[in-house]
Design a protein around this ligand. Structure first.
Ligand code: AVJ
Length: 327
């Protein structure tokens, strides 16, 4: 187990059962073979992702930042005072900073991240910049159950789960609904979810965002194999794979793959796997949404859309969701 990761090894009876090794094995036994996107995020992968966010082709971050810059005052007014802001997959947080600056007397900020280095760096920077704000980091894989610090559980706290970046798009529909349901449970009846989603748009723009000219996304994708080798003692040869990211119109998502450029084999937990030349390993879904898709997903998770903020081109949206009022 690498020190950079904080996910626990044992099965804790969560929705995704099994140890990390068992989860990887289960994915590799599927067709197509797949690994979960959490494998991108070791220290090198997190650093690569930061660089992707400023790549000219990757419009997502810039667009969401511009929405947040423009509409944070409205978001803060809609969220109300004394919010405890909880952010699963907190990353490095420029958007978070803009939101925290706008919030009225926020009670606490709770970043939740799987990469300990990333989490601690974010925590240090935020504590420097917001000396009056309690920053209470939780090192956890947010796709599994995690415990919240005490202040966040206070009866009067207005808990807001902040989930920007269109990270929801990594999950298939049923898993996305489960995740939104858990966010609703964390928020409680008086709370809310502030969700960032990437919108359906021109295919060329979408594909370019996942095939940047500097090769950052390719390096990010291949890095998952190095992470696996280090943490699970696997023997992937990154040189034998090529990055591929394509728009799948009937699923409304970008799929990232690692394509075997020759016939190859590898061993995971003592089990041997083979790949034919041209066969691919699925590493990520990045779902793109219409506003109606998001409303449907939210509804299925017991949440209603209260507000929507978008950029002028409707490339990206930030939505305020609140627990649905029972009819
Ligand atoms: C962090 C999941 C939103 O899907 O766009 C960036 C990750 N993958 N480039 C995305 C990612 C390839 C990103 N999310």
């Amino acid at each position: 187990m690498n020190a950079s990761s904080c996910a626990r090894e044992r099965d804790r009876g969560d929705r995704l059962p099994g140890t990390r090794m068992e989860r990887v094995l289960a994915g590799l036994r599927e067709w197509p073979k797949r690994i979960e996107p959490i494998w991108f995020y070791d220290p090198r992968g997190s650093a690569l992702f930061e660089r992707i966010c400023t790549a000219p082709e990757y419009y997502l971050t810039r667009t969401e930042v511009s929405i947040t810059r423009a509409d944070a005052p409205e978001m803060a007014a809609a969220l109300g005072p004394r919010v405890v802001l909880i952010e699963p997959g907190s990353g490095a947080g420029l958007k978070t900073r803009l939101l925290l600056e706008a919030l009225h007397a926020p009670r606490a900020y709770v970043p939740v991240d799987i990469s300990r280095e990333q989490l601690m760096a974010t925590t240090r920077r935020l504590r420097d910049d917001f000396p009056l704000l309690p920053v209470l980091p939780v090192c956890a894989d947010f796709t599994e159950a995690f415990a919240l610090p005490k202040v966040a559980l206070h009866e009067e706290a207005r808990r807001v789960v902040y989930f920007p970046g269109s990270t929801l798009g990594n999950f298939r529909r049923s898993a996305a609904i489960d995740l939104l349901r858990r966010m609703r449970a964390i928020a409680g009846t008086g709370g809310a979810v502030l969700l960032g989603v990437d919108r359906v748009k021109n295919e060329a723009i979408l594909e370019r965002a996942y095939n940047d000219s500097e090769g950052l996304t390719a390096a990010f994708n291949l890095n998952a194999l190095l992470h696996l080798n280090r943490e699970l003692g696997t023997d992937f040869e990154p040189a034998a794979f090529a990055h591929r990211a394509t728009w799948v119109p009937d699923q409304s998502r970008i799929e990232m793959h690692l394509v075997a450029n020759r016939r190859l084999g590898f061993v995971v937990g003592g089990e041997r796997f083979e790949m034919a030349r041209g066969e691919h390993l699925l590493t990520e879904y990045s779902q793109k949404y219409t506003l109606r898709d998001v409303a449907d997903l939210a509804r299925s998770a017991g949440l209603d859309v209260r507000r929507t903020w978008s950029d002028p081109q409707d490339w990206f949206s930030v939505l305020l969701l609140e627990p649905a009022v029972p009819e």
